[in-house]
Design a protein around this ligand. Structure first.
Ligand code: AMP
Ligand code: MG
Length: 404
């Protein structure tokens, strides 16, 4: 069966579902999606405090203060951050105050230190202030009971900081999937081993595990399986016991030794697809014991591309994300491109931003085994089937990493 990219994506995404949530300490929650609404149990800031180093005053006392007409006040106390003021400020007085320190009762504003001059126990104020100027009020950022983060929010550094500010220690997050990875093929040699004639290095497994790591997912390295069905089947079943999803590479096309295909078809509801795309036509996808198995093609560029286009969004769905795909941008190509096949072509490009616009340069030969042109690339442009794109025409593009 030949599927369009959209059809393959729809089938994969509708087959996978979000994993059960788990409790995590906030320092271990970066990159997860919140599985609960988070309400503030405290307010922020917790008390009235100064946003400047300066002098707490009554604004009415310094109403007429100007550079050429300073107002002199007596300094009644010094309030460092973390201390509680001892005195109530009276008219004619100022309290020296540090950023973050509690405002004394009686004061309603802070004159910043730059607008003052200290002379022993007096201070000259050269600038008027309004009531509440340079003052942070309790709850002005967050009030007790506020919904600070809804379920579904991605936890980034600022969310971790906010939770700490609110004394939240543990939260419920959606689990990031743990994924087992297997390479298949009798030609594969692992790192460091002798490369005997006819063998190549297994690059896919390391590439896939790196893609998983980039997403924050744990991987389980199941190593290289040759092309023996029994061996592949045992490794696969073992992987499924330990992982939430499984990725194989190689062995899913129409070759005589495409044994992953026969193993997977015995195990469960696996579909073998030819997706109308280049690279990455042969693929397998299905569920065994409710766990998704992604059979990626063996060619290195195909494997990485299929992961980007299908596996990453599916794993993001399992991890509770609502935005599953990378953003799409428009770019122009630096050369004419002809795609006279019935398959969408994902071309490796190096994209630059100039004066707010993206310009893409094809990074070299586009064979699905030519990993080097992917190393030179930072994005993929989409050339629809049977389409000719002229240099300078607009095409869709996605980055592998965060946008330029
Ligand atoms: P296959 O899909 O198994 O027919 O493999 C297609 C091509 O990808 C062949 O040239 C394989 O040698 C190559 N290949 C398969 N698996 C890997 C791998 N793990 N790392 C690098 N190349 C691979
Ligand atoms: Mg193979």
């Amino acid at each position: 069966m030949i599927l369009t990219v959209q059809q393959a994506e729809d089938r994969i995404l509708s087959a996978v579902s979000v994993l059960e949530p788990e409790n995590r300490h906030i320092s271990d929650s970066l990159g997860c999606v919140l599985a609960q609404d988070l309400y503030a149990q405290e307010c922020l800031p917790p008390f009235r405090n100064s946003s400047m180093d300066g002098f707490a005053v009554m604004s009415k006392d310094v109403q007429l203060a100007r550079i050429d007409q300073p107002v002199q006040l007596s300094v009644n106390e010094i309030i460092p951050a973390g201390n509680v003021p001892k005195l109530i400020l009276q008219s004619g007085q100022a309290a020296k105050i540090m950023t973050g320190a509690m405002l004394p009762d009686g004061a309603d504003s802070v004159v910043m230190v730059e607008d003052t001059e200290s002379i022993s126990e007096y201070v000259k104020v050269f600038q008027s202030v309004n009531s509440l100027e340079n003052v942070r009020l309790p709850g002005e950022s967050v009030k007790t009971g506020d919904l600070v983060m809804p379920k579904g929010k991605l936890i980034r550094a600022q969310e971790v900081a906010m939770m700490a500010a609110l004394n939240v220690q543990e939260i419920l997050v959606f689990r990031l999937p743990t994924v087992a990875v297997i390479s298949t093929g009798d030609e594969l040699a692992d790192l460091g081993s002798n490369l005997s004639p006819g063998k190549i290095r297994d690059s896919n497994r390391y590439g896939i595990m790196a893609q998983l790591q980039e997403m924050g997912c744990q991987s389980i390295d199941l190593g290289i399986c040759g092309d023996k069905e029994k061996n592949i089947e045992e490794t696969l079943l073992d992987g499924l016991l330990k992982a939430d999803a499984l990725i194989t590479s190689g062995g899913v096309s129409v070759g005589e030794y495409d044994v992953v295909k026969s193993v997977l078809s015995r195990l469960g509801q696996i579909n073998f697809w030819r997706v109308a795309m280049k690279p990455g036509k042969p693929q397998a996808f299905g569920l065994v014991d409710g766990k998704p198995i992604f059979g990626l093609p063996g060619n290195p560029v195909s494997s990485l591309t299929v992961f980007e286009l299908f596996v990453r969004p599916a794993l993001r769905k399992m991890a509770g994300f609502s935005a599953l795909k990378r953003p799409i941008f428009q770019t122009t190509l630096n050369q004419d491109v002809v795609n006279n096949t019935d398959r969408v072509n994902y071309m490796r490009v190096l994209v630059e931003k100039r004066e707010g616009k993206y310009y893409a340069k094809v990074t070299g030969p586009q064979g699905s085994g030519i990993l080097y042109s992917l190393v030179l690339a930072n994005g993929l442009v989409v050339i629809p089937a049977n389409t000719r794109v002229k240099a300078g025409e607009s095409v869709e593009m996605q980055f592998f990493e965060d946008a330029l």
